[in-house]
Ligand binder design. Structure first.
Ligand SMILES: Cc1cc2nc3c(=O)[nH]c(=O)nc-3n(C[C@H](O)[C@H](O)[C@H](O)COP(=O)(O)O)c2cc1C
Length: 219
């Protein structure tokens, strides 16, 4: 099945629950090819991708990440009041997905660590790695997989870098687990376009900017 580009862009959800199905090397290669074709400032390509699968080293790194993810989720769950929601609410569904995600982190087939050699130490450095992350997620979607960009490695970044021999000068920009989704991709929910896109002046909605019929929004 081929997914049209625009459809893929608007239906690639954060996937945190995976089956145990493997990710084939061919598919992984295609995903990383898409990631490495992303634009970077001056085409410097100061990005590198460390892929963790099932080697003893990968298992060690996944265990380190798994404990960091569980601690981060525990703190977020309490801080953001996830436990106080109605069992059938969308937030409760996200809570359950997140719990399953962190509990089974070590079993996720592939974990990608996108790394960047920072140049300016500013926001603009991110612009030379996050387009590649999104390319990776879109390519995963096109091939029947799913993933999610996360930042929960940051508390163990130094240990992770030592373990995976990532040079000190590089930053690990994200942790991206990838696998076959247990749930489904589908239209993402965002705010109405009129609240996000202006013309000429801040807060002046662009009259021509329309959400397609049937678009669903965040609450
Ligand atoms: C910069 C950034 C950081 C994120 N960090 C995390 C994270 O640490 N843990 C996580 O589970 N999801 C993380 N996400 C995923 C978002 O929560 C998710 O994309 C968002 O809720 C929208 O969900 P949707 O894409 O399924 O519509 C992150 C996404 C972005 C873009």
């Amino acid at each position: 099945m081929t997914i049209e580009l625009l459809e893929g862009l608007t239906t690639t959800r954060a996937i945190r629950r995976y089956t145990t199905d493997p990710v084939s090397e061919d598919h992984l290669s295609t995903m990383l090819f898409a990631a490495t074709r992303a634009p970077t400032g001056s085409n410097r390509q100061a990005f590198r991708f460390v892929v963790l699968r099932s080697s003893p080293k990968a298992q060690e790194a996944k265990a380190l990440l798994g404990s960091a993810f569980r601690s981060n989720w525990e703190a977020k769950r309490r801080a953001d009041g996830y436990d106080e929601t109605e069992p059938d609410s969308p937030t409760a569904r996200v809570r359950r997905a997140l719990q399953e995600f962190v509990d089974g982190f070590e079993s996720i087939p592939v974990v990608v660590l996108p790394c960047i050699l920072p140049r300016h130490g500013q926001l603009i450095d991110g612009a030379s790695i996050y387009p590649a992350c999104q390319n990776l997620l879109l390519a995963a979607r096109a091939l029947g997989y799913g993933g999610v960009l996360t930042g929960w490695h940051s508390s163990v970044e130094d240990q992770l870098k030592t373990l995976c021999s990532i040079p000190k000068a590089y930053s690990v920009a994200a942790t991206i687990p990838i696998g076959v989704p247990k749930g489904n991709h589908g239209p993402v929910r965002r705010k109405p376009i009129q609240r996000l896109v202006f013309e000429d002046e801040w807060d002046q909605p662009a009259q021509w900017a329309m959400d397609p019929p049937g678009t669903r929004f965040t609450g």
